[in-house]
Write a protein that binds this ligand. Structure first.
Ligand code: RIB
Length: 302
């Protein structure tokens, strides 16, 4: 069974369905409101666990009720949780979703912003035997860098989902085996506004990471490595909510990588999990199980 470590954020998502996304300074009357567990770290940890991996999650929670609810999610998913006390408030994300599948997300990091390097380093024994370590950018960069170094020391592959995108030092990118970004993040990180995903990926590869994967929403994903560009077209589904689809993709890709599947299969399973996640509302509740992904791919003829 694949063993993964996730170092990242845990949020409670406060989600309102809206007839459209509001403009600056505009107030809209929205539709139903719901809270869902989320955060890119927790979503990717649960995505991997539902796909059959053994998962350790390192993060930080507050003392509030959200913290208690998020702890319970980790226990239900049978994830080995190593959680720093992050003060009063857990992370929250304020999310607006529109009928066309677009959304806006603003994250108040709370406890996630307090995850410190010393706490991550103290979890070193949890990295032993991991095939891959999954990282995102909703916790401090120093904690991400510490986790990447521990992964290297223990021979684990480093998968960095650079979201939300921020400028990254080449010293960190040099520790990354697989960089996963969406189209906008790729352009921003490659300092190439308007450039196509292949160009952005090539520029990012030149900064030190061996494999760059760019997710393209309904159009699927591309992966660029030393042998060239690999393409996986998107799967056609009836999409109701795209929040968490990127996390489903990353979790599935990482599990397939940890299981030693070839790159084309990693992309295919990532795109299948991402597509399935858009068919249900909420980030974490929408993440598919291994049976769902396998069944979906069988029906697609593969
Ligand atoms: O990727 C989706 C996630 O981004 C949401 O669950 C939200 O918490 C933000 O972190």
């Amino acid at each position: 069974m694949a063993r993964l470590v996730v170092v990242g954020s845990l949020n409670m998502d406060l989600v309102v369905q809206s007839p459209r996304l509001p403009g600056p300074g505009e107030t809209l009357l929205g539709g139903p409101f719901a809270t869902f567990p989320g955060g890119k770290g927790l979503n990717q940890a649960v995505a991997a666990a539902r796909l059959g991996a053994t998962v350790t999650m390192v993060g930080a929670l507050g003392k509030d009720d959200f913290g208690g609810a998020l702890r319970a999610v980790l226990a239900t998913a049978r994830i080995d949780a190593r959680l720093q006390d992050g003060g009063e408030h857990s992370g929250i994300a304020v999310i607006t979703t529109a009928p066309d599948g677009e959304n806006t997300i603003v994250v108040a990091p709370g406890a996630n912003g307090r995850l410190d390097t010393a706490f991550v380093q103290a979890q070193e024994h949890g990295f032993a035997g991991a095939a891959a370590v999954l990282l995102q950018l909703e916790v401090p960069l120093a904690a991400v860098a510490a986790a990447a170094q521990l992964a290297r020391r223990h021979g684990a592959r480093v998968v960095l989902n650079a979201a939300p995108a921020v400028p990254l030092p080449d010293s960190l990118l040099a520790h990354v085996d697989v960089l996963v970004v969406n189209r906008g993040e790729a352009a921003l990180m490659a300092h190439a506004p308007g450039a196509d995903p292949e160009t952005c990926a090539a520029r990012l590869r030149a900064r030190g990471c061996g494999l760059v994967v760019v997710t393209l929403g309904a159009q699927g994903a591309i992966a660029v490595d030393a042998s060239g560009v690999h393409r996986q077209p998107g799967f056609v589904v009836v999409s109701v909510d795209t929040v968490g689809a990127g996390d489903a993709f990353v979790g599935a890709l990482a599990v397939a990588l940890a299981e030693g599947l070839p790159l084309v299969e990693q992309l295919r399973r990532g795109c299948a999990a991402g597509a399935l996640a858009t068919t249900r509302r909420g980030a974490l509740p929408s993440l598919p199980t291994r049976e769902e992904v396998d069944g979906f791919l069988r029906r697609q003829g593969g």
